[in-house]
Structure formats: structure tokens, C-alpha cells
Design a protein around this ligand. Structure first.
Ligand code: BV8
Length: 238
């Protein structure tokens, strides 16, 4: 089935690549489906990645993100990330990357204009609306760091469950999905919305790349059973 998809790639004027945690699995970043380790073994990611969980136990959630940050800093983009960035360099303006991943690996692979719907794990922001006292050079260290005056906590600049996505990125992703004639859906279980909804909203052809069955297989014209680093170089090389 790869051959017709390669032809679709060649013929497509506008391509969207929608990626999830599986895109980074071969770089060594655990997916959300992968079992949690250590102190977090008893928690599902959806339980930790919420404002409630952070307010209930800031240190537990902060440490979980610190562990993930260290993991992401230690790894490198894989051949799948490189194939996407390479295609974008060879065909400027034809491909838009929309990612659920907070690891920054598409950006590190050289992909321009990545729409990161769920934020960036390498950045922090204030938990509550900052007051005049909340400035970065008056921070009290700790896990998490806090404002030395009012105690406002620092939190990872990611989108937690129950939180709105960044409106600019979401609007641009919805526009790209509506305008594309081909959407490659790579390494996502397709359970988290509104991201997964993009694959159902597009009028373009949808191709799923995943070694396992996903919630978006029914929305696909073709399902390619394989991994991101194996399949994408074959699909995207000229
Ligand atoms: C919101 C950042 C509203 C944090 C994340 C409609 C229906 C049902 C539920 C909802 C709905 N609308 C909203 C909801 C609620 C919720 C939701 O979707 N819940 C799910 C669990 C049912 N959505 C939200 O809360 C969103 N916000 O709706 O706000 C609102 C409106 C008004 C006012 C206020 C609020 C926010 C969602 C974003 C949450 N943040 N991440 C962090 O990272 O810590 S989501 C996080 O989980 C990831 O970013 C990603 O999106 C998701 C994990 O999914 P995947 O990436 O797909 O990864 P997964 O591990 O599941 O699967 C990996 C896949 O890869 C597998 O299929 C596997 O087979 C495959 N694979 C493995 N290896 C490879 C591979 N593929 C290729 N190659 C390989 N080598």
C-alpha cells in the first residue's frame, strides 16, 4: 500500500502531518501508553497532567515533569523527524507539522512552523496570573520554584487535561487541516481531543502510520502498519 501513498505525497499541494507520542518512541521518549515508572507507576498520565493534581501535590507533578524533561534533553530526533524536516526543506510551504508532543523534537530536527498544540515541556510559566511581585529574578528555588513574595508557583508550559489549547496554534491547525489534500497521522492513539478531531475534520485523504491499531483507523483511507522512523523516510523521499 505504500506505493499509492507515495504517489499521493508527490501529487499533494498541501500536506498536514499530525503526530503523537509514537513519533518520538524510536528516539527513546516513552509514549503515554507505556507504563509509568518509579514514583509515578500508580498514576495514569491523564491523572498527573492536570491543574488539580499539581495543586494537590506540586512536588510530585513537578518531579514527574523534571524527569521527562531530563529524558527529552538526553535524546535526539529520529529518522522520521528528519524525513519530515527534509521534505519541508525540499518543498517549502507544502507541509505543515501539527504535533501533540511537548518534546520539541520536530523543531530540533529543523521543521519550520511547527504547531505545538499541547505546549513545550522545556518552558515554564506562572500557575496563577502573575502579580507585580512575580518576577523571575525574585524566585525562591524549590520543586517547584515559587515567587518569594506571594508564593505563586512555576508550572510547566504545557496544556493540561481540561485546559484550553493555545488558540493561535489551534486555529492555524484547523485551517491547515481544512486546506490540505493529504493528512499523515503518525504515532497517535487518537484518543485525545481536540487534536484527534483534526483527522476527522479534514477533507483530504488520511493515511495512518502506526504499528498498532488506533482510534483513527476508521477515519483513514489507508493504514500503514509500521513505525515512524521506518515508514516516513520511504514515503517522503523524492
Ligand atoms: C480541552 C500535554 C476544553 C501535557 C496533553 C471529546 C471527547 C472526549 C474527551 C474530550 C473531548 N474534548 C475534550 C475532552 C477531554 C480531553 C480528552 O481528550 N480526554 C481524553 C483522554 C479522552 N481533552 C482535553 O482536556 C483538552 N482540553 O478539551 O479543553 C476546554 C474548553 C473550554 C474551556 C476549558 C477547557 C486538552 C488535551 C491536552 C492534554 N495534554 N499533553 C503533557 O504532555 O504532560 S495530551 C497528551 O496525551 C499528549 O500530548 C497526547 O495528546 C496524548 C497522548 O496521546 P498520543 O500522543 O496519541 O500517545 P499515546 O501514548 O496515547 O499513543 C501512542 C501511539 O503511538 C500508539 O497508538 C502506539 O501504537 C503508537 N506508536 C508506538 N510506537 C510507535 C508508534 N507509532 C509510530 N512509530 C512508533 N515507533
Amino acid at each position: 500500500m505504500k506505493e499509492p501513498v507515495r504517489q499521493w505525497v508527490r501529487d499533494a499541494r498541501r500536506i498536514v502531518v499530525l503526530t503523537g507520542a509514537g513519533m518520538s518512541a524510536e528516539s527513546g521518549v516513552p509514549t503515554f501508553r507505556d507504563a509509568q515508572a518509579g514514583l509515578w507507576a500508580d498514576f495514569r498520565p491523564e491523572q498527573l497532567a492536570t491543574e488539580e493534581a499539581f495543586r494537590a501535590d506540586p512536588r510530585r507533578v513537578w518531579d514527574w515533569y523534571a524527569l521527562r524533561r531530563e529524558g527529552v534533553a538526553r535524546v535526539a530526533p529520529n529518522a522520521g523527524h528528519a524525513a519530515i524536516a527534509g521534505f519541508q526543506q525540499r518543498h517549502p510551504g507544502r507541509m505543515t507539522v501539527v504535533t501533540q508532543n511537548v518534546d520539541g523534537l520536530h523543531q530540533r530536527a529543523g521543521s519550520p512552523g511547527v504547531l505545538a498544540l499541547h505546549g513545550n515541556i522545556a518552558e515554564d510559566r506562572w500557575l496563577d496570573r502573575p502579580r507585580a511581585c512575580c518576577n523571575l529574578d525574585a524566585i525562591e528555588g524549590g520543586r517547584p520554584p515559587r515567587c518569594a513574595v506571594c508564593g505563586n508557583l512555576r508550572r510547566p508550559a504545557v496544556v493540561w487535561f481540561g485546559e484550553m489549547l493555545p488558540q493561535r496554534e489551534l486555529a492555524q491547525a484547523e485551517a491547515a487541516a481544512a486546506a490540505c489534500d493529504l493528512m499523515l497521522v503518525v504515532g497517535t492513539s487518537g484518543v485525545v481531543y481536540p487534536a484527534a478531531g483534526l483527522a476527522r475534520a479534514t477533507r483530504g485523504r488520511v493515511v495512518v502510520v502506526n504499528p498498532q491499531a488506533s482510534e483513527l483507523d476508521d477515519a483513514a483511507d489507508v493504514v500503514l502498519t509500521g513505525t515512524a522512523a521506518q515508514v516516513l523516510p520511504e514515503l517522503l523521499e523524492d
